[in-house]
Ligand binder design. Structure first.
Ligand code: NAP
Length: 247
């Protein structure tokens, strides 16, 4: 168990990649508080299903775009667990459209949910991390934040921003024994990619050397590595989990 007795916050833990991350951390002995936006019933189910005698899991409804709510989640986690070792910034949304048709509201919504959320949680957790002189922060970006994607100007800008924020925070916090890294998934089978039609799916697969879409668990394993002591000498990096799409 790589994370025996550790404590983590995972944003957006009710579905897809976030849910797989919660499971991977729990399976490795880590207590987890996960957040979500609206899936109350799913959150309750996950709490019940994933909690064991030794490992506790709590779901808390909190809008990742709000700094105040991020502070409340950190407070809640400290009350439950006494300390926090790991922060996984996973919550994210898409509101795709061609630039010409993209509304200012949809641009702002995606930037707030995907990029400002990372600022919110990183800032909210900083005091406990600085005072204990330890912390692991793992941010979920995307390969499109590296290579771009038509129809996703807001999403791509947010995910490129997450990579920049990761590097800047890594440099700023390394001397305090806080590692900040990023995972950039390719196309992973979740609700987010369910909207792809068969033609889009085949077009993606033709560019993926490992001829399948990724599974949420593929991403969760990279997050586990970056959350554990196995990655103590790694900071400011982007691990791409995409079946070889970008190389
Ligand atoms: P998903 O299945 O749509 O799940 C999104 C999760 O984020 C849900 O738990 C949702 O909560 C939560 N969430 C959304 N907005 C939130 C907000 N404002 N505050 C708090 N929680 C919020 O997404 P996914 O595909 O697993 O993606 C997870 C992350 O990986 C995202 O950052 C995404 O950009 C990134 N990613 C995904 C892919 C892919 O192919 N799927 C590829 C690259 C990167 P509710 O259930 O309550 O709505």
């Amino acid at each position: 168990m790589k994370l025996h007795n550790k404590k983590a916050i995972v944003t957006g833990g009710t579905r897809g990649i976030g849910k797989a991350i919660v499971k991977e951390l729990v399976d490795n002995g880590c207590n987890v508080v996960f957040t979500y936006h609206s899936s109350d019933e799913t959150a309750k189910k996950i709490e019940k299903e994933f909690s064991t005698e030794n490992v506790k899991v709590y779901g808390i409804k909190a809008d990742a775009t709000s700094f105040t709510q991020a502070e409340e989640v950190v407070k809640f986690t400290l009350e439950k667990f006494g300390s926090i070792d790991i922060l996984v910034n996973n919550a994210g949304i898409t509101k795709d459209n061609l630039l010409l048709r993209m509304s200012e509201t949809d641009f702002d919504a995606v930037i707030n949910a995907n990029l400002k959320s990372v600022f919110n949680y990183t800032k909210a957790i900083l005091k406990p991390f600085l005072s204990q002189k330890f912390g692991k922060i793992v941010n979920i970006s995307s390969v499109v934040g590296i290579i771009g994607n038509p129809g996703q100007a807001n999403y791509v800008a947010s995910k490129a921003g997450v990579i920049g924020l990761t590097k800047s925070n890594a440099k700023e916090l390394a001397s305090r024994n806080i590692n900040v890294n990023c995972v950039a998934p390719g196309f992973i089978e979740t609700d987010m990619t369910e909207k792809l039609n068969e033609q889009q799916r085949q077009a993606i697969l033709s560019n993926v050397p490992i001829k399948r879409l990724g599974k949420p668990e593929d991403v969760a394993k990279a997050v586990l590595f970056l959350s554990s002591n196995d990655s103590d000498y790694i900071t400011g990096q982007v691990i791409i989990v995409d079946g070889g799409l970008v190389m």
